[in-house]
Design a binder for this molecule. Structure first.
Ligand code: S3P
Length: 163
């Protein structure tokens, strides 16, 4: 299935960008975090706290299988780990929002940070960012340096050129 798959580190603006793409291409959004949260009926931070990260990663793997069953194209809004650990390139065209770590910190409110257990330690989050970036770059077909209106225009151009 040729989905548009949005990957990137926590706080890089994937969800807002997915909504923008959804309006622009008139495609529904499938959010991996939202799917797990609805399934478990609890926030992601609680899932990590009660069941641990490995459990969450297994839920992500199940969610990957669900996406394989979709029979119409979606914008796939991937959690930060989903985009790194699942073979997202199998799902469609992968777009990586490649923002700087400092930029991410600036745009993230305290409240947003608390929602993300892997941001509990800033130095660990920075390390993870460096490791993950290499993986995101390998998986992506399109790399964007921002997640705003300009980025949307780039995608519109790119997609209309290809299709
Ligand atoms: C995670 C990213 C989060 C969420 C969970 C783990 C990660 O999603 O899936 O907290 O491993 O990077 P966002 O990227 O939407 O914050």
């Amino acid at each position: 299935m040729n989905h548009l798959v949005i990957i990137g580190f926590m706080g890089s603006g994937k969800s807002v960008f997915s909504s923008m793409l959804s309006r622009s291409f008139d495609l529904p959004v499938f959010s991996t975090d939202e799917t797990i949260l609805m399934q478990m009926q609890m926030p992601i931070s609680k899932i990590f706290e009660v069941f641990g990260e490995d459990f969450f990663r297994k839920e992500e793997a199940k969610t990957f299988e669900k996406i394989l069953q979709l029979n119409n194209p979606h914008i796939i809004d991937c959690g930060g780990g989903f985009g790194a650990y699942q073979e997202v390139e199998q799902l469609g065209r992968v777009i990586f929002l490649d923002l700087e770590f400092e930029g991410i910190l600036e745009r993230m409110s305290e409240q947003e940070r608390v929602k993300r257990p892997l941001f509990a330690s800033l130095s660990k989050a920075r390390e993870l960012f460096i490791q993950r970036r290499e993986i995101y770059l390998r998986r992506a077909q399109i790399v964007l340096k921002q997640s705003d209106e300009n980025a949307l225009m780039e995608i519109q151009k790119e997609i209309t050129q290809i299709s």
